[in-house]
Design a protein around this ligand. Structure first.
Ligand SMILES: CCCCCCCC/C=C\C/C=C/C(=O)SCCNC(=O)CCNC(=O)[C@H](O)C(C)(C)COP(=O)(O)OP(=O)(O)OC[C@H]1O[C@@H](n2cnc3c(N)ncnc32)[C@H](O)[C@@H]1OP(=O)(O)O
Length: 719
């Protein structure tokens, strides 16, 4: 809806009304059309101001309407009518002007923004382009290079940057609508010939060909197969090379291909999934809306290795007081230096003062007695963590939440070391902890809803996308990673090379294939875990037995590399070779080729040709299959939780929508059929055995992903 009022005698004030962000739903568009017509037809009205209700100008087209039969007036003619108006129209921008919201503002003759407003054309992040004239007006207004940057990245700019770029005419710290009304009065009756952006020529550039070629190269490099950024460049090129009306035709054409694409569906699913994970629930039924977080003003971090340092930085940057504890004096000094540097660099990037005074450093665990929440981040070793938890439980004040940063250890076992197991949760940060957006908040059987609510709230405060998950080996992310890694190794045994497997995964859209990623994170990490699990044997047996553990197929390839001291990038050798330890450029290693050949010969393995389809299906479907098991076990409440974890923590390509969404796009019946096929070929690999939930969903006609929870609920009630 849009409300119409007359203010200051001669200004027609149009207020968009669609909380919380005044998205341009059919009703809002109809409201704008009606009220603009009214303002233009009333002789007393000399100028018009458009604003949004409750401090938000407009968050753009209503994303919920996409994929429905969109009724109501279309945006392009609506904005055209505003631009063609003979009375000046001023956009009063508070809060946000994003996507269609900014396009609406670009159709106005003047734009006045509050100093705290944010503006942008983020359609590309939804798999679309700004198809309400944004790709044609913005380059005409601010020039091609700046428009390309905003449109292809979707980044939001501050009001100050918008003023510098020339997107807005004025910024104010006062009431934006009052300022805009006053301004509208001052320009009433003036010629609008120079204010219609569509009539501007696109600013020339010395070499458009080179400029667009470079832009195209850049998006191809960073898009990892996403098509929208490419279409954005093509649309801006049309603005630079064609008359406005033809450019608009091109914009429409390009939008038509994007609008119905699977990528757009995936990215829009991501948008809502990211928000849905905030409405968490526990398997006990406790929920986000009935569980209150407790305030956390002061926190402590125990252990200042790589993870602890990152966590301390994240907390301090969010304004919390932090006690950083490291019992080894030398490490404490080193950590203080490192944390100071991280805070200083972060502050410089963000143009703020470094929060150095937020952290106090201590070698003494007793100094955490007055904090509200503690994050233990010592070495990933259960016995050590148990000892620390026992100590913490004795030291901290009543009601202090005890969190452990672990990538997979049993939360319940740690909780049992404390007097108040209900206050214990896991907080699985991803390295580097002050940069990576994902946080898995892990609840054990005894964790209270308040503890989960507090950790989730803290996660949000420090800028993380937090997902609440249940307690199991590896939680969600690492549990699903296990079959994925396992399949990659089996593929090597059967004849593939690390380069071939990585290429297939990188073409799919992963930032790094599985082997390059393992080299980066260090092969010794998994080796230690496998040793602790008794999987690494030292006897040099050959044949089948050497590749069987606990009755299932096992590949010792990773263990054998570690025995050679090949831990990945840090040692300069792993699945690839590197120029020197720490170097990042992975090169195929002839040594590894020979090693694989000898290994296969020793174990009587017959090499066969493996194509990209098999690589993808075996790696991804086994991971997805584990995702279904996780849903079945109630470890994740819904597919969105899994998808968000994979997109934010494991570089799953967003335009594929996360593993569970991807499965729904491939078709569950197809995933099931392929898993059955591979399981028949590899009966000793349990991760290829299709899960009950997958079978159930297929038996239920493969419902759309938003209906899976109903099937899961039914499954749980039958157990
Ligand atoms: C064949 C061709 C057919 C052509 C058809 C053409 C139609 C399109 C024509 C032109 C192109 C224009 C496209 C667009 O405008 S796409 C939308 C672009 N806008 C955005 O991407 C902004 C998205 N929103 C945000 O980034 C943020 O929400 C925010 C910065 C505005 C506010 O952030 P925050 O305060 O953190 O709040 P939340 O993110 O939690 O959001 C609150 C609530 O609002 C919902 N919401 C937000 N934006 C929209 C929107 N644009 N449409 C619908 N709903 C929106 C959000 O989902 C939250 O609700 P919840 O999910 O229920 O929690």
């Amino acid at each position: 809806m849009a409300q119409y009022t007359r203010v200051s005698g001669s200004v027609g004030l149009i207020t968009l009304q669609n909380p919380p962000v005044n998205a341009l739903s059919a009703a809002v568009r109809q409201g704008i059309v009606n009220t603009v017509q009214r303002a233009l037809s009333e002789p007393e009205v000399k100028s018009v101001v458009i604003c949004g209700q409750k401090g938000a100008f407009c968050g753009g087209a209503d994303i919920k309407e996409f994929g429905t039969n969109m009724s109501g007036p279309p945006l392009v003619p609506m904005i055209h009518a505003i631009e063609s108006a003979v009375k000046p129209v001023v956009a009063a921008i508070e809060g946000v002007a994003l996507g269609g919201g900014l396009e609406l503002a670009l159709g106005c003759h003047y734009r006045i923004a509050h100093s705290k407003a944010r503006l942008g054309l983020p359609e590309v992040t939804l798999g679309l382009l700004p198809a309400a004239g944004g790709t044609q007006r913005l380059p005409r207004l601010i020039g091609v290079p700046a428009a390309l940057d905003l449109i292809t990245t979707g980044r939001h700019v501050t009001a100050t940057e918008a003023l510098q770029l020339g997107i807005v005419d004025q910024i104010t710290d006062h009431n934006t609508v009052d300022v805009a009304v006053k301004f509208a009065l001052s320009v009433a009756g003036q010629s609008l010939d120079s204010r219609r952006i569509s009539s501007y020529p696109c600013p020339r550039h010395s070499d458009f060909d080179a400029l667009f070629e470079a832009a195209m190269q850049k998006v191809h490099q960073s898009a990892r197969g996403a098509i929208a950024p490419v279409a954005c460049v093509q649309a801006v090129r049309a603005a630079a090379t064609l008359p406005y009306s033809q450019g608009m035709e091109r914009e429409k054409e390009l939008m038509a291909t994007l609008f119905t694409s699977g990528q757009a569906r995936a990215l829009q699913y991501c948008f809502f999934a990211q928000r849905a994970v905030g409405r968490w629930s526990m398997s006990s039924g406790a929920r986000w809306d009935t569980s209150k977080p407790r305030p956390v003003h002061k926190a402590a971090v125990i252990g200042l290795g790589t993870m602890g340092r990152g966590i301390a930085v994240a907390l301090a940057q969010a304004g919390l007081s932090v006690v950083a504890v490291e019992t080894q004096e030398k490490q404490l000094i080193e950590a203080k230096q490192a944390v100071t540097g991280m805070l200083e660099r972060g502050a410089k990037r963000r143009g703020v003062t470094p929060a150095l005074d937020k952290i106090t450093y201590s070698p003494n665990i007793q100094n955490v007695a007055d904090v509200d929440l503690i994050i233990e981040a010592v070495f990933e070793d259960m016995a050590l963590k148990e000892k620390v938890f026992k100590q913490l439980s004795a030291v901290c004040k009543p009601g202090t939440f005890l969190c452990t940063n672990t990538s997979g250890l049993d939360i319940n076992r740690l909780a049992s070391q404390t007097c108040n197991p209900e206050l214990v949760v896991g907080m699985h940060f991803f390295a580097p902890a002050h940069v990576m957006k994902l946080l898995e908040v892990v609840y054990g059987p005894r964790s209270s809803p308040h503890a989960v609510a507090t950790a989730m709230h803290l996660g949000k405060k420090i800028g993380k996308v937090s997902v609440a998950v249940g307690n199991c080996r590896g939680f969600v992310g690492n549990r699903m990673l296990k079959p994925y890694l396992e399949q990659a190794l089996f593929l090597l045994e059967e004849g593939a090379t690390p380069e071939q497997v990585d290429q297939a995964l990188e073409e799919f859209g992963f930032a790094m294939g599985v082997f390059r990623m393992s080299d980066l994170s260090g092969l010794d990490v998994g080796w230690r875990v496998r040793k602790a699990d008794g999987l690494v044997t030292s006897d040099a047996t050959t044949g089948q037995q050497a590749r069987i553990r606990q009755g299932h197929r096992y590949s010792p390839l990773g263990d054998l590399l570690c025995e050679q001291g090949r831990f990945g990038q840090k040692t300069g050798r792993g699945w690839y070779q590197y120029d020197k330890p720490g170097s990042r450029v992975a090169k195929p290693d002839p040594w590894l080729q020979n090693f694989l050949e000898e290994y296969r010969a020793r174990h009587g393995l017959v090499v066969r040709r493996i194509d990209h389809q098999e690589v993808l299906e075996r790696c991804l479907y086994s991971l997805i299959n584990e995702g279904f098991r996780i849903l079945e076990d109630g470890i994740a409440a819904g597919p969105e939780d899994i998808d968000v974890i994979y997109m934010f923590g494991y570089s799953w390509p967003r335009h594929r929508g996360g593993p569970m969404f991807y499965a729904s796009m491939v078709g569950l019946a197809r995933v099931l059929e392929r898993l059955e096929y591979y399981h028949q070929a590899h009966p000793d690999v349990p991760s290829l055995h299709p899960s009950t939930l997958l079978r159930k969903l297929v038996a239920n006609g493969s419902p759309p992903i938003h209906k899976w929870r109903e099937v899961i609920k039914k499954l749980h009630s039958q157990l």
